[in-house]
Ligand binder design. Sequence first.
Ligand SMILES: NC(=O)c1ccc[n+]([C@@H]2O[C@H](COP(=O)([O-])OP(=O)(O)OC[C@H]3O[C@@H](n4cnc5c(N)ncnc54)[C@H](O)[C@@H]3O)[C@@H](O)[C@H]2O)c1
Length: 260
Amino acid sequence: MSNTQRADGIAYYPGLAGQRVVVSGGGTGIGEGLVTAFAEQGAEVHFLDIRKAPSEALVERLEERLAARTPGRVSFHACDITDTEALKGVLGQIGDIDVLVNNAANDDRHRLADITQDYFDERMAVNLRHQVFASQAVAPGMARRGGGSIVNLGSISWHLGQPGLALYETAKAGIEGLTRALASELGAEGIRVNCVIPGNVKTERQSRWYSAEDEAQIVAEQALKVRIQPHHIAAMVVFLASDAAAACTAHNYWVDAGWL
Ligand SMILES: NC(=O)c1ccc[n+]([C@@H]2O[C@H](COP(=O)([O-])OP(=O)(O)OC[C@H]3O[C@@H](n4cnc5c(N)ncnc54)[C@H](O)[C@@H]3O)[C@@H](O)[C@H]2O)c1
Protein backbone atom coordinates (compact mmCIF):
# COMPACT_ATOMS: atom_id res chain seq x y z
CA MET A 1 0.00 0.00 0.00
CA SER A 2 1.45 3.37 -0.99
CA ASN A 3 1.58 6.21 1.52
CA THR A 4 -1.13 8.03 -0.41
CA GLN A 5 -3.62 5.19 0.05
CA ARG A 6 -5.32 4.55 3.37
CA ALA A 7 -6.32 1.12 4.62
CA ASP A 8 -9.99 1.96 3.97
CA GLY A 9 -9.25 2.49 0.26
CA ILE A 10 -9.58 6.28 0.31
CA ALA A 11 -6.81 8.19 -1.46
CA TYR A 12 -5.06 10.43 1.04
CA TYR A 13 -3.51 13.75 0.04
CA PRO A 14 -1.26 14.91 2.90
CA GLY A 15 -1.34 18.50 1.62
CA LEU A 16 -5.07 18.78 2.39
CA ALA A 17 -4.57 18.28 6.13
CA GLY A 18 -5.24 21.59 7.85
CA GLN A 19 -6.45 23.27 4.66
CA ARG A 20 -9.52 25.45 5.07
CA VAL A 21 -12.33 24.11 2.87
CA VAL A 22 -15.82 25.54 2.25
CA VAL A 23 -18.66 23.45 0.78
CA SER A 24 -22.01 25.02 -0.05
CA GLY A 25 -25.05 22.77 0.39
CA GLY A 26 -22.96 20.41 2.50
CA GLY A 27 -25.71 19.11 4.79
CA THR A 28 -27.17 16.34 2.65
CA GLY A 29 -26.70 14.44 -0.61
CA ILE A 30 -23.43 14.81 -2.50
CA GLY A 31 -22.51 17.73 -0.22
CA GLU A 32 -22.61 15.41 2.78
CA GLY A 33 -20.21 13.12 0.91
CA LEU A 34 -17.94 16.07 0.19
CA VAL A 35 -17.88 17.28 3.78
CA THR A 36 -17.14 13.76 4.98
CA ALA A 37 -14.36 13.23 2.45
CA PHE A 38 -12.60 16.51 3.28
CA ALA A 39 -12.93 15.82 7.01
CA GLU A 40 -11.32 12.41 6.39
CA GLN A 41 -8.37 14.27 4.83
CA GLY A 42 -7.89 16.22 8.06
CA ALA A 43 -9.04 19.49 6.50
CA GLU A 44 -10.81 22.27 8.39
CA VAL A 45 -14.24 21.99 6.79
CA HIS A 46 -16.95 24.64 6.80
CA PHE A 47 -20.28 23.94 5.16
CA LEU A 48 -23.27 26.14 4.44
CA ASP A 49 -26.82 24.86 4.20
CA ILE A 50 -30.44 25.83 4.83
CA ARG A 51 -31.39 22.48 6.35
CA LYS A 52 -30.41 22.77 10.02
CA ALA A 53 -31.40 19.38 11.43
CA PRO A 54 -29.52 17.11 8.99
CA SER A 55 -26.56 19.49 8.96
CA GLU A 56 -26.23 19.46 12.75
CA ALA A 57 -26.63 15.67 12.74
CA LEU A 58 -23.82 15.40 10.17
CA VAL A 59 -21.47 17.43 12.37
CA GLU A 60 -22.29 15.17 15.32
CA ARG A 61 -21.70 12.00 13.30
CA LEU A 62 -18.38 13.23 11.99
CA GLU A 63 -17.20 14.40 15.40
CA GLU A 64 -17.92 10.93 16.80
CA ARG A 65 -16.47 9.02 13.89
CA LEU A 66 -13.30 11.03 13.44
CA ALA A 67 -12.46 11.98 17.00
CA ALA A 68 -10.04 9.10 17.41
CA ARG A 69 -8.03 10.24 14.40
CA THR A 70 -7.70 13.91 15.46
CA PRO A 71 -9.06 15.09 12.13
CA GLY A 72 -9.86 18.59 10.96
CA ARG A 73 -12.73 20.45 12.44
CA VAL A 74 -16.16 20.48 10.82
CA SER A 75 -18.39 23.55 11.18
CA PHE A 76 -21.93 24.10 9.97
CA HIS A 77 -23.05 27.61 9.03
CA ALA A 78 -26.80 28.09 8.57
CA CYS A 79 -27.01 30.20 5.42
CA ASP A 80 -29.31 30.61 2.45
CA ILE A 81 -26.87 30.94 -0.44
CA THR A 82 -29.45 32.83 -2.52
CA ASP A 83 -29.05 35.71 -0.05
CA THR A 84 -25.84 37.13 -1.48
CA GLU A 85 -25.13 39.46 1.43
CA ALA A 86 -25.59 36.62 3.94
CA LEU A 87 -23.36 34.36 1.81
CA LYS A 88 -20.61 36.98 1.67
CA GLY A 89 -21.01 37.60 5.40
CA VAL A 90 -20.48 33.94 6.33
CA LEU A 91 -17.52 33.57 3.97
CA GLY A 92 -16.00 36.75 5.41
CA GLN A 93 -16.33 35.38 8.97
CA ILE A 94 -14.64 32.09 8.04
CA GLY A 95 -11.56 33.98 6.85
CA ASP A 96 -9.12 33.19 4.04
CA ILE A 97 -9.76 29.78 2.56
CA ASP A 98 -7.89 27.28 0.38
CA VAL A 99 -10.70 25.33 -1.26
CA LEU A 100 -14.23 26.34 -2.30
CA VAL A 101 -16.72 23.76 -3.53
CA ASN A 102 -19.76 25.43 -5.11
CA ASN A 103 -22.16 22.51 -4.63
CA ALA A 104 -25.57 23.84 -3.52
CA ALA A 105 -28.36 23.59 -6.08
CA ASN A 106 -32.04 22.78 -6.47
CA ASP A 107 -33.40 20.61 -9.28
CA ASP A 108 -37.13 21.32 -9.00
CA ARG A 109 -39.00 20.39 -12.16
CA HIS A 110 -40.85 22.92 -14.32
CA ARG A 111 -42.46 23.35 -17.72
CA LEU A 112 -41.66 26.16 -20.16
CA ALA A 113 -45.28 27.39 -20.13
CA ASP A 114 -45.19 27.89 -16.35
CA ILE A 115 -41.97 29.91 -16.09
CA THR A 116 -42.39 33.44 -14.78
CA GLN A 117 -39.69 36.09 -14.54
CA ASP A 118 -39.56 35.69 -10.74
CA TYR A 119 -39.19 31.92 -11.03
CA PHE A 120 -36.43 32.37 -13.62
CA ASP A 121 -34.54 34.69 -11.25
CA GLU A 122 -35.03 32.34 -8.30
CA ARG A 123 -33.74 29.33 -10.26
CA MET A 124 -30.64 31.27 -11.35
CA ALA A 125 -30.07 32.40 -7.76
CA VAL A 126 -30.08 28.89 -6.31
CA ASN A 127 -28.25 27.18 -9.17
CA LEU A 128 -25.81 29.73 -10.61
CA ARG A 129 -25.58 33.16 -8.98
CA HIS A 130 -24.10 31.99 -5.68
CA GLN A 131 -21.22 30.28 -7.50
CA VAL A 132 -20.21 33.70 -8.89
CA PHE A 133 -20.46 35.58 -5.60
CA ALA A 134 -18.85 32.87 -3.47
CA SER A 135 -15.93 32.78 -5.91
CA GLN A 136 -15.71 36.57 -5.84
CA ALA A 137 -15.68 36.55 -2.03
CA VAL A 138 -12.94 33.94 -1.61
CA ALA A 139 -10.58 34.78 -4.48
CA PRO A 140 -8.65 37.60 -2.72
CA GLY A 141 -8.02 35.38 0.33
CA MET A 142 -6.88 32.50 -1.86
CA ALA A 143 -4.48 34.85 -3.62
CA ARG A 144 -3.11 35.97 -0.22
CA ARG A 145 -2.51 32.31 0.66
CA GLY A 146 -0.59 31.77 -2.59
CA GLY A 147 -3.37 30.04 -4.50
CA GLY A 148 -6.38 27.82 -4.10
CA SER A 149 -8.89 25.55 -5.77
CA ILE A 150 -12.49 26.27 -6.73
CA VAL A 151 -14.63 23.31 -7.80
CA ASN A 152 -18.02 24.02 -9.35
CA LEU A 153 -20.66 21.30 -9.52
CA GLY A 154 -22.19 21.09 -12.99
CA SER A 155 -24.60 18.45 -14.26
CA ILE A 156 -24.98 15.87 -16.99
CA SER A 157 -28.65 16.86 -17.33
CA TRP A 158 -28.22 19.53 -19.99
CA HIS A 159 -25.76 17.42 -21.95
CA LEU A 160 -28.56 14.84 -22.17
CA GLY A 161 -31.26 17.48 -22.76
CA GLN A 162 -33.48 16.01 -20.06
CA PRO A 163 -37.06 17.34 -20.00
CA GLY A 164 -38.59 19.40 -17.18
CA LEU A 165 -35.36 21.11 -16.16
CA ALA A 166 -34.92 23.99 -18.62
CA LEU A 167 -33.81 26.57 -16.04
CA TYR A 168 -31.68 24.18 -13.99
CA GLU A 169 -29.99 23.08 -17.21
CA THR A 170 -29.52 26.70 -18.34
CA ALA A 171 -27.80 27.46 -15.03
CA LYS A 172 -25.69 24.30 -15.19
CA ALA A 173 -24.59 25.10 -18.76
CA GLY A 174 -23.60 28.57 -17.52
CA ILE A 175 -21.46 27.04 -14.79
CA GLU A 176 -19.23 25.44 -17.40
CA GLY A 177 -18.70 28.84 -19.04
CA LEU A 178 -18.11 30.45 -15.65
CA THR A 179 -15.49 27.81 -14.87
CA ARG A 180 -13.52 28.58 -18.04
CA ALA A 181 -13.67 32.36 -17.51
CA LEU A 182 -12.68 32.28 -13.84
CA ALA A 183 -9.85 29.81 -14.48
CA SER A 184 -8.47 32.24 -17.03
CA GLU A 185 -8.92 35.31 -14.80
CA LEU A 186 -7.57 33.78 -11.59
CA GLY A 187 -4.86 31.45 -12.89
CA ALA A 188 -2.04 33.98 -12.54
CA GLU A 189 -2.75 34.06 -8.81
CA GLY A 190 -2.43 30.29 -8.53
CA ILE A 191 -6.18 29.74 -8.23
CA ARG A 192 -7.44 26.73 -10.17
CA VAL A 193 -11.09 26.51 -11.21
CA ASN A 194 -12.65 23.28 -12.41
CA CYS A 195 -16.09 21.79 -12.92
CA VAL A 196 -17.16 18.31 -11.82
CA ILE A 197 -20.06 16.85 -13.79
CA PRO A 198 -21.93 14.11 -11.99
CA GLY A 199 -24.09 11.59 -13.74
CA ASN A 200 -27.11 10.39 -11.77
CA VAL A 201 -26.06 10.02 -8.15
CA LYS A 202 -28.02 8.14 -5.53
CA THR A 203 -29.15 10.65 -2.90
CA GLU A 204 -32.19 11.00 -0.68
CA ARG A 205 -33.60 13.75 -2.88
CA GLN A 206 -33.20 11.85 -6.15
CA SER A 207 -35.58 9.18 -4.86
CA ARG A 208 -38.41 11.70 -5.34
CA TRP A 209 -37.69 11.75 -9.10
CA TYR A 210 -36.57 8.17 -9.79
CA SER A 211 -38.19 4.84 -8.87
CA ALA A 212 -36.13 1.67 -8.40
CA GLU A 213 -37.02 0.77 -12.01
CA ASP A 214 -35.81 4.17 -13.25
CA GLU A 215 -32.55 3.69 -11.37
CA ALA A 216 -32.07 0.27 -12.93
CA GLN A 217 -32.70 1.82 -16.36
CA ILE A 218 -30.03 4.48 -15.73
CA VAL A 219 -27.51 1.85 -14.66
CA ALA A 220 -28.36 -0.18 -17.78
CA GLU A 221 -27.58 2.89 -19.93
CA GLN A 222 -24.23 3.45 -18.22
CA ALA A 223 -21.06 1.81 -19.58
CA LEU A 224 -20.21 0.83 -15.98
CA LYS A 225 -23.00 -1.05 -14.21
CA VAL A 226 -22.55 0.70 -10.87
CA ARG A 227 -24.97 2.99 -9.03
CA ILE A 228 -23.05 6.23 -8.53
CA GLN A 229 -22.77 7.27 -4.88
CA PRO A 230 -21.78 10.62 -3.34
CA HIS A 231 -18.35 9.24 -2.43
CA HIS A 232 -17.58 8.70 -6.13
CA ILE A 233 -18.10 12.42 -6.74
CA ALA A 234 -16.20 13.36 -3.59
CA ALA A 235 -13.15 11.36 -4.71
CA MET A 236 -12.87 13.53 -7.84
CA VAL A 237 -13.50 16.79 -5.98
CA VAL A 238 -10.91 15.98 -3.32
CA PHE A 239 -8.38 15.16 -6.06
CA LEU A 240 -9.06 18.49 -7.80
CA ALA A 241 -8.68 20.31 -4.49
CA SER A 242 -5.32 18.66 -3.81
CA ASP A 243 -1.78 19.39 -4.96
CA ALA A 244 -1.99 16.24 -7.09
CA ALA A 245 -4.12 18.34 -9.46
CA ALA A 246 -1.63 21.25 -9.49
CA ALA A 247 -1.72 21.48 -13.30
CA CYS A 248 -5.48 20.97 -13.69
CA THR A 249 -7.66 23.98 -14.35
CA ALA A 250 -10.39 25.30 -16.67
CA HIS A 251 -11.90 21.91 -17.45
CA ASN A 252 -14.76 19.55 -16.82
CA TYR A 253 -14.25 16.26 -15.00
CA TRP A 254 -17.04 13.74 -15.51
CA VAL A 255 -18.09 11.19 -12.92
CA ASP A 256 -21.03 9.56 -14.71
CA ALA A 257 -20.02 5.89 -15.05
CA GLY A 258 -20.15 6.50 -18.80
CA TRP A 259 -23.83 7.41 -19.18
CA LEU A 260 -24.29 7.15 -22.95
N1 LIG B 1 -27.62 13.85 -7.44
C1 LIG B 1 -27.44 13.86 -8.75
O1 LIG B 1 -27.79 12.90 -9.42
C2 LIG B 1 -26.77 15.04 -9.45
C3 LIG B 1 -26.59 14.95 -10.82
C4 LIG B 1 -25.97 16.00 -11.49
C5 LIG B 1 -25.53 17.11 -10.78
N2 LIG B 1 -25.73 17.17 -9.44
C6 LIG B 1 -25.24 18.38 -8.77
O2 LIG B 1 -24.50 18.02 -7.61
C7 LIG B 1 -24.71 18.99 -6.59
C8 LIG B 1 -25.27 18.31 -5.34
O3 LIG B 1 -26.48 17.68 -5.73
P1 LIG B 1 -27.31 16.77 -4.73
O4 LIG B 1 -27.94 15.73 -5.58
O5 LIG B 1 -26.50 16.41 -3.57
O6 LIG B 1 -28.45 17.81 -4.31
P2 LIG B 1 -29.41 17.74 -3.01
O7 LIG B 1 -30.64 18.48 -3.39
O8 LIG B 1 -29.54 16.34 -2.56
O9 LIG B 1 -28.59 18.55 -1.91
C9 LIG B 1 -28.35 19.93 -2.10
C10 LIG B 1 -27.96 20.53 -0.77
O10 LIG B 1 -27.94 21.95 -0.96
C11 LIG B 1 -28.73 22.55 0.05
N3 LIG B 1 -29.35 23.78 -0.46
C12 LIG B 1 -30.34 23.87 -1.38
N4 LIG B 1 -30.71 25.15 -1.53
C13 LIG B 1 -29.93 25.88 -0.67
C14 LIG B 1 -29.87 27.26 -0.35
N5 LIG B 1 -30.68 28.16 -0.92
N6 LIG B 1 -28.95 27.65 0.57
C15 LIG B 1 -28.14 26.75 1.17
N7 LIG B 1 -28.17 25.42 0.92
C16 LIG B 1 -29.06 24.99 0.00
C17 LIG B 1 -29.79 21.52 0.40
O11 LIG B 1 -30.35 21.76 1.68
C18 LIG B 1 -28.98 20.23 0.34
O12 LIG B 1 -28.33 19.95 1.56
C19 LIG B 1 -25.66 20.04 -7.17
O13 LIG B 1 -24.92 21.11 -7.71
C20 LIG B 1 -26.37 19.28 -8.28
O14 LIG B 1 -26.85 20.12 -9.28
C21 LIG B 1 -26.35 16.17 -8.76
